[in-house]
Design a binder for this molecule. Sequence first.
Ligand code: ZN
Length: 302
Amino acid sequence: MDRRKFLLNTALAGVALALPYRAFSNRFLRSDFSTIRRNVGVYTERGGTIGWLINNDALVAVDSQFPDSAANCISGLKDRTDRKMDYLINTHHHGDHTAGNISFKDYANHIVAHENVPGYQMKAAERRGQEVVAAQLTADMTFTDKWSQDVGDETVHATHYGPAHTGGDSVIYFEKANIAHMGDLVFNRAYPYIDPGAGANIENWVKVLRIAADELPSDAIYICGHGNSNYGIQASKGDVLRKADFLEALLAFTQNGINAGQSKEEIAGAEFLPGFEDFQAPGWGLTLEFNINTAYDELSSS
Ligand SMILES: [Zn+2]
């Protein structure tokens, strides 16, 4: 993808500031449809990257951003196909990936997600108030470990590898295009959000990434929920493994601090994780300090 597309779009950032989900706005991206391989591509505007598949006999989307950007995405899809959507798949429950589900109400025949997603989604909405609860649309088809479906001349697989970024993450793999949408399992070279309140586990997240990268072909292209401004949201196997290495190093660095008798504040004061100086905030205020604090809590409770 063209680097210029990641330049700060001040108009979009201004709109984002007026909206309740501003914490998840991705200032590095402006609205854009781009094809990646075969007939699978991405739509970027605000929030987690939307993936799509368009062929003669099927239309699929992965994640839905926010109601307004979802409506823009749908309008662009309608320019490209007359089909109604067969499946909208949610990679996990976070608002910047599911708040737009409501815009797909009369467009998508089914919403698919891991079985933990609807519950987490409603619980998170309840914390934001009745208005947000009323604006939720949750999956009508759920699965425990794996869901696969032929969609025209493509086959799509959704696989849950266990707790990681949340307790309900899935990797969505388009087999013939050889493209995997990782949701927020990969913030490409960016400090990730980690959600232990909804089942996240950093130690298992490392395993999930390595298993997924090992199972998929080595030349698979990965779509990331978020990325840093230099690396973008498209990734390789090496980038996925780099994320696993980062999370492993995050735990080791934090554990070393604990073993050395440092306080949580002292450990979390690190400017960089040694060896991972190329990681940065993903476009909003996620810091290494937040990551270390979360790692500290996980290590202290295990
Ligand atoms: Zn997320």
